[in-house]
Design a protein around this ligand. Structure first.
Ligand code: FE2
Length: 124
């Protein structure tokens, strides 16, 4: 029986079936590489070139943060539930950090599972 983390598709996925879906399912993250401590910045997560119909669409996007040196990670940041056809498969929000770490985005396609991507952010 696989652990939950093992059934999430990541950018390193090697299974044939997943590779064919990687480009259209891996969430893209737009975030500054460097931010200032305590200063809000914008995070945009989106999925490109994927159907957005009642039969097939991304239904939610979640974002977590793994803070350097923290005893327990990750920290939940935000979640957006998406309705097919009317909601674009994209979310933008602002966050504020005190320490550097990695932002993780998870996105769920109702036919093709949970997809992950990540970006490191340095706090200075
Ligand atoms: Fe899909």
């Amino acid at each position: 029986m696989e652990k939950f983390g093992e059934i999430i598709y990541t950018p390193e996925v090697e299974e044939e079936v997943a590779i064919s879906k990687r480009e259209t399912h891996t969430p893209k993250i737009e975030v500054p590489e460097k931010v200032k401590v305590g200063e809000p910045f914008q995070v945009r997560v989106y999925i490109e070139e994927h159907p957005n119909t009642v039969q097939h669409s991304f239904r939610w996007i979640e974002v977590y943060f793994r803070e350097d040196g923290r005893d327990f990670n990750p920290i939940f940041v935000a979640r957006a539930d998406l309705s097919p056809e009317i909601s674009e498969q994209e979310v933008t929000f602002r966050m504020t950090l005190r320490k550097s770490g990695v932002i993780y985005a998870l996105a769920y396609c109702n036919l093709h599972g949970v997809w992950e991507n990540r970006m490191r952010v340095e706090v200075e």
